[in-house]
Design a binder for this molecule. Sequence first.
Ligand code: PLP
Length: 388
Amino acid sequence: KFDVSDTLKRLPEQFFANLVKKVQTLVVEGHDVINLGQGNPDLPTPKFIVKALQEASKNPKFHKYPPFQGYSFLKEAVAEFYLREYGVNLDPNKEVAILFGAKTGLVEISQCLLNPGDRVLVPDPGYPDYMSGIAIANAQAVYMPLLKENDFLPDYGLMDKEDLDRAKLMFLNYPNNPTAATATLEFFEETVTVAKEHHICVVHDFAYGAIGFEDRKPPSFLQAEGAKDIGVEMYTLSKTFNMAGWRIGFAVGNASVIESIERMQDHFYVSIFGAIQYAAKEALLHGEKAMQTNNQVYEGRRATFLKAAAQIGWHGGVAKGSFFVWMPVAEGYTSEQFSELLLEKAHVVTAPGIGFGQAGEGFVRIGLLDKEERLVAAVARIGQLNLF
Ligand code: PLP
């Protein structure tokens, strides 16, 4: 057995590994477990995208190494997609990088821009992968609490000026995982002002960009005036087109940051299978209808879940965007205790808020990732515990 590197030792443990094990045990024991704990879309990839992959995979051109930095046809499609969806102009040659899902970009950005000891502003609660990149770079996280009273947005006015001055990078994520909050364009404009004043690079994780409710389309960070001067946005096809298994996404925005991502990627990978890039291009160019259908499915599930929750007296959920609902725990329980109780007594899997950071305490994250009747059944089982 070999000793592992200090880098690997620094990497945080996967908080949810334990939960996954418990769920597996219950399933093996034959229990009907309703899993609303993970972020894996249950719906299939739209057929026209799968067909595009099937056709493209027959093309011998795609059997060779792809261009290191991805095919230009995909970068051009990304630019068209951003123009169509957000009215944002992008130079496909300089302002778009192709990624193996958003995750690689979100982890690599820290290696691209940070030196050991550098400070990074990280949302709390937040998606755990930001911390992975920060740990690999041996940089230091400074948490920005996302509190209900500020609509789960960081309050720059309350932050320590020294923290802002010393920070090199800031992660943001709206629609937000786990709080299901969305941001306004005004908030992004304020962010640009703060980032310019303190010379911070902003990385906006827009993984749930295509999922917003009540006719409110979540804004892109790049719609804020001057955003490209100070930041990038990470996008993925995983949620927008139910393509989590395909591993494809992209980064858009500041040309110097995009260049650094491509340079770093050169050392790790040759780009993604060309036929997948081709199918991704088709999705971006012709997937408007599929995006609407997807959003409607989540909108229906959200309404059904919130109605059922209200009927058992479970109130106070947040669900403005993303396919999550951020629900308060019952009185007298920590999020971990509450989540365990739901798992053991109702066989319903939820993700405890503490797993996303200290400020996540008091909540559980529910994924709207099963049919409406299963969501109703999950709430009914929880209702039988008489917790509310
Ligand atoms: N960012 C957030 C907030 C996520 O929840 C996820 C996936 O769960 C990702 C990024 C990763 O997306 P991808 O599948 O593109 O790596």
